[in-house]
Design a binder for this molecule. Structure first.
Ligand SMILES: [Zn+2]
Length: 214
């Protein structure tokens, strides 16, 4: 609970959220439950005490507040991607600008190859209220190297083995979205050949990861 509460401060620190938009959740290891932000509580009032616990249908199990309005999407991801231990949602400016244009972010930076193993893909347009958002996230990210998806006209969902890794993916997604956007203003960014992308991704995810577990 404290981990998930504390990670919300990272969304603020990296300027990924405005008002109460944006949320972090974390699967409770070994149980069909996850911790998520309560709905409508401001970031500086979040603490372990007001986080809420939901089951994998997104129903409230523990907590005094209603869960985040994005809970159904988080629950759908946990139900359908058993290796995912953390989910983050933001409307971070640059990444969401790509989503508004309906364009995947092309892999034109070695940092993108390292972290995302290629482009950051575009997910479908989906309305809140049923499983459409969750289904769009899972259909886009399942079998994809990227840990982040740009949901069209909406914003970013990122996943990770734990909530911290999902927050890192959200931060890196915004960072590369900004850089590639700036590059676009000056001309057409140069693509990285696929075999170099593969080599960079493999090195960062394996060799580098073993020295410094993330
Ligand atoms: Zn949203």
């Amino acid at each position: 609970m404290a981990t998930v509460a504390g990670l919300h401060a990272e969304l603020v620190r990296y300027n990924l959220v405005a008002w109460t938009a944006g949320n972090v959740s974390g699967r409770i290891p070994g149980e069909d439950l996850f911790v998520i932000k309560p709905s409508g509580v401001s970031y500086d009032e979040l603490s372990a005490a007001n986080m809420v616990v939901c089951d994998l249908d997104g129903d409230l199990v523990q907590g005094a507040h209603a869960p985040s309005s994005d809970t159904a999407a988080h629950a759908y991801v946990y139900r359908n991607m058993p290796d995912v231990g953390g989910v983050v949602h933001t409307h971070s400016t640059y990444a969401t600008a790509w989503a508004a244009r309906g364009e995947a972010i092309p892999c034109v930076l070695t940092a993108m190859a390292d972290e995302f193993g290629g482009e950051i893909p575009l997910g479908p347009f989906a309305l809140i209220g049923d499983d459409s958002i969750g289904r769009g996230i899972v259909e886009t990210l399942k079998g994809h190297r990227s840990k982040a998806v740009l949901m069209r006209n909406h914003g970013v969902f990122s996943i990770g083995k734990d909530p911290r890794a999902a927050v890192k993916a959200a931060v890196m997604c915004e960072d590369v979205a900004r850089t590639v956007h700036v590059a676009r203003q000056l001309g057409e960014p140069l693509p990285i050949p696929q075999d170099d992308i593969d080599r960079l991704y493999d090195r960062y995810q394996n060799v580098y990861g073993q020295r410094s577990p993330r």
